[in-house]
Design a protein. Structure first.
Ligand code: AHR
Length: 525
């Protein structure tokens, strides 16, 4: 369902499509609340891939780049501001070749291995389990571990979890203590394999279901104290990777298998991967593109809505109470590698187009908040649609970073329906909803509104009728850029940065004009 349609259905009336000059009328009724927008939809993904970990997060304790126990201070400070709820690690495809024991203990005694998925480079294993947990402690986040189903064993994965969670003095818990962490770690999110239909082992849905039952049985949280109240480990099964019968069959098989599950195994989430790519292998340039590529990429990204609807409908058949979360644990734009970069490192630029793309996807997740309770953008640093790019000691924050920062108030906020006629923006044979908007009641008690103007030429005048709260002021930040492919570079890091914006408020109604190709987040008080 397109966003324009979504707006009309909420209104319950048919309205003629808006033209570019029309004011967009938004109605927000704060007394009508929906599902909680789980903070975990703002999750991140950090794989051992290119400079995603080495150089991007980990520089080692002896580096001249300022670091704390080997972890870059500048990257940590930037990520802290995003309140990253969870980080999915160590992959991706890498996860199904990762053997966790090679990444623990004294650094100089660790195995040096290879990373055949991503450029065949040497994997020094100097960033391992304890370094990952240290990194999470520094940024204030939680682990979403992907265990190795493809080339590992249930025993290896179970021992990893014992190393992490056991409180009693087992040999593995003592090993953890000897490695500097006497207290058990918590593992709130556990991925059982990655893309097991492809790089994770080319399994059929039935074969994977058998593996899932074994892993979900034996790979436990070994710490009863971590299972009290709401605290438990959410197990996420491998889910679909697209649309069409192959993928709906996958979702059917896993959900049907779960519906008939016995006391001895269970799962709490089903993953879904969906990249915005248009053409495979990725061919669209991440910088130096024009309006055609802007409109085509954004059209493609909006398919996320239908994809979620399709797989949610299957999940509803087997799980009408929505116990199982849909976790979109890999999403984002995947472009052609930057010229001159190692193609196995998935290096791409990040432009204002990506900021708009990120906001549109976050809005889709928020509208499906009753089922989508986790998502992880790919990836965190230096890889694909990254938050942060680094080059040796230099660091730059991307337009996508700023969208995640502006959306922090939506973490664990309560969805508030917004009705509007989005109008349309057309380029060639591509027509898109011109604006998009979501609203939510934040944990801070404020009403928050996010408005995206997709049109790269026309500003949009927005009028917001607010019911359910009395609006006195509305202010926040807006992110736009000179061109659709404007980026932040090491030389010019502030080309795309948020600027303050406020709406005029009269008789409880807000009015503001948002710039072309912009993302705006406001609080209404
Ligand atoms: O994010 C890059 C890769 O994309 C991941 O390793 C894999 O899971 C997916 O195919």
């Amino acid at each position: 369902m397109g966003m324009a349609l979504a707006g009309l259905i909420l209104l319950g009336v048919a309205a003629p499509p808006a033209t570019a000059d029309d004011t967009v009328e938004l109605s927000v009724d704060a007394s009508k609340t929906g599902a909680k927008i789980d903070r975990n939809i703002f999750g991140q993904f950090a794989e051992h891939l290119g400079h995603g970990i080495y150089g991007g997060i980990w520089v080692g304790p002896d580096s001249k780049i300022p670091n704390t126990r080997g972890i870059r201070n500048d990257v940590v400070a930037a990520l802290k501001a995003l309140k990253v709820p969870n980080v999915r690690w160590p992959g991706g495809c890498f996860a199904d070749e990762y053997h966790w024991r090679q990444g623990i203990g004294p650094a100089d005694q660790r195995a040096v291995t290879l990373n055949p998925n991503w450029g065949g480079v040497v994997e020094p294993n100097t960033f391992g389990v304890d370094e990952f947990m240290d990194f999470l402690g520094q940024i204030g986040s939680e682990p979403y571990l992907s265990v190795n189903v493809g080339s590992g064993t249930p025993r290896e994965a179970a021992e990893w979890l014992e190393y992490m969670t056991a409180a009693q003095p087992t040999t593995l818990a003592q090993e953890r203590a000897a490695n500097g962490h006497p207290d058990p770690y918590e593992v709130p999110y556990l991925g059982i394999g990655n893309e097991s239909w492809d790089c994770g082992g080319n399994m059929s849905p039935d074969y994977y279901l058998s593996q899932l039952k074994i892993y979900a049985r034996f790979v436990r949280n070994f710490n009863p104290a971590q299972q009290e109240g709401d605290r438990r480990m959410l197990r996420v099964a491998v889910g679909p990777g697209g649309d069409g019968p192959r993928w709906t069959d996958w979702t059917e098989t896993i959900m049907k298998g779960w519906q008939g599950h016995s006391w001895s195994w269970d799962m709490e989430g089903l993953s879904m991967h969906s990249y915005t790519v248009v053409q495979w292998p990725p061919a669209y340039a991440s910088v130096g593109f024009g309006e055609r590529e802007y409109s085509e990429i954004l059209k493609s990204t909006l398919d996320m809505d239908q994809l979620i609807a399709t797989h949610s409908a299957i999940m509803d058949k087997y799980d009408p109470d929505k116990k199982i979360a849909l976790v979109v644990d890999e999403w984002g734009a995947w472009y052609a590698p930057l010229p001159g970069s190692n193609p196995g490192f998935l290096v791409q630029q990040n432009s204002q187009r990506d900021a708009v793309l990120a906001a549109l996807n976050l809005n889709i997740f928020a509208r499906h908040a009753d089922r989508v309770r986790g998502a992880n953008i790919a990836q965190m640093v230096n890889v694909l649609q990254a938050m942060i790019m680094t080059d040796e000691a230099k660091m730059v924050l991307t337009p996508t970073y700023y969208v995640f920062k502006m959306y922090v108030p939506f973490q664990d906020a309560t969805f508030v329906p917004v009705s509007f006629d989005a109008g349309s923006y057309t380029y060639g044979d591509v027509t898109l909803p011109r604006v998009d908007a979501i609203a939510a009641k934040g944990m801070d008690g404020k009403l928050w509104l996010a408005v995206t103007n997709v049109d790269p030429h026309q500003p949009a005048t927005i009028e917001v009728g607010v019911a359910g709260v009395t609006a006195h002021t509305a202010s926040g930040e807006t992110l736009t850029a000179p061109k659709v492919d404007s980026v932040n570079s090491f030389e010019a890091p502030d080309t795309v940065v948020p600027k303050p914006i406020s709406a005029s408020v009269q008789d409880g109604k807000l009015a503001l004009t948002v710039a072309p190709k912009s993302v705006t987040v406001l609080s209404v008080e």
